[in-house]
Write a protein that binds this ligand. Structure first.
Ligand code: GDP
Ligand code: MG
Length: 309
């Protein structure tokens, strides 16, 4: 646990404008916590894409707690605020198993969806590496056949991660290669199948139809699959994530979010916003471009990483 806090802090220290850091700085400067301090915290939360409703909830709970225990000391107040924010991330999420827990079935099929450039391919590379390190037999399916370069890119990640890949010609039907991939994984005893998908198509409608077809195709082979459908969201684009999630969920049932580029964003509040607006847990956090720059999301170390010295 402590290691997670430490490495998370290191990753996030690349940006000194991160959400909690800013709040901590503001609070530390104060002699007492007053309405002016609360207004400053409110501004930071709003600026970092926490969203109006979530910001109000955080401040209201924080204010109530301070009042109840008659707290005005900034150091103690900071602990209260940490607790409020941690509880928001924890609520309902406590039973969510670790993304990298032992898979319950074999092959365990995970589909990654999301708009172009959010980090699908990179995240798949990192996830493949992690499962491979755990001794799992991993197969990547290059389901983004929309661009030749996309196939090359995922092939490079497969090589880096030291895992197998199935790929097809550019512009071929993604459902066909995905069918072949899942089929091969079943026949050859793979533990994990990671499926890349296109984030762009000729029209948005096309993309959504394609994702529904991919879903149906996988179900033909394994009725209860895909076991996970991860929406990959770019933390730096903030609030767009909410509408993206609603759109994608219409075509393929989402089970969680991978929040990427968290290392370089001042919009860190998006994580609370997502929590409030979607019934989807953030399961993975991308914190860099390297193969190890991925963490299973855990609320407690996450919040701690910002406040602890
Ligand atoms: N800093 C940072 N960059 C990332 C992260 N994840 C992805 N990227 C970068 O974002 C860009 C787009 O990633 P890619 O995986 O190709 O996105 P895709 O189009 O969704 O497959 C690449 O330059 C990646 O290196 C992350 O967690 N942190
Ligand atoms: Mg890609």
């Amino acid at each position: 646990m402590l290691n997670i806090v430490k490495s998370l802090k290191e990753k996030l220290s690349k940006t000194n404008s991160n959400l909690m850091g800013k709040i901590a700085e503001t609070v530390k400067k104060k002699k007492v916590i007053d309405e002016e301090t609360l207004a400053e915290i409110e501004e930071i939360l709003l600026y970092s894409d926490t969203g109006i409703e979530m910001t109000e909830i955080i401040l209201q709970r924080f204010r109530e707690q301070l009042k109840k225990d008659k707290v005005t000391d900034p150091e103690i107040a900071q602990i209260y605020l940490t607790d409020v924010m941690r509880d928001i991330l924890l609520s309902e999420d406590e039973e969510i198993p670790d993304f990298f827990a032992e898979p319950s079935v074999k092959p365990y099929v995970i589909v990654f969806v999301g708009v172009n450039g959010t980090g699908k391919t990179t995240t798949i590379g990192k996830v493949a590496y992690k499962f491979s390190q755990m001794g799992k037999k991993v197969l990547i399916v290059a389901g983004d056949t929309f661009r030749a370069a996309a196939i090359e890119q995922i092939a490079i990640w497969a090589e880096r991660a030291g895992v197998a890949i199935v790929r097809s010609q550019p512009d071929s039907d993604p459902a066909a290669i995905i069918y072949d991939g899942v089929n091969a994984a079943m026949a050859r005893g793979y533990d994990i199948v990671l499926i890349d998908t296109a984030g762009r198509q000729h029209t948005k409608d096309n993309l959504m139809k394609e994702l529904s077809k991919i879903d149906r195709t996988i179900k033909k082979l394994i009725p209860e699959a895909p076991h996970e459908v991860i929406l990959v969201v770019d933390a730096t684009t903030g609030q767009n994530a909410i509408s993206q999630a609603h759109n994608f969920d219409k075509s393929i049932h989402l089970t969680g979010i991978a929040l990427t580029k968290y290392d370089g964003t001042s919009k860190g509040g998006i994580i609370f916003n997502l929590k409030h607006n979607l019934k989807l847990p953030v399961k993975l956090l991308g914190v860099g471009e390297g193969i190890e720059d991925l963490m299973p999301f855990k609320a407690v170390p996450f919040v701690k990483a910002f406040f602890e010295e």
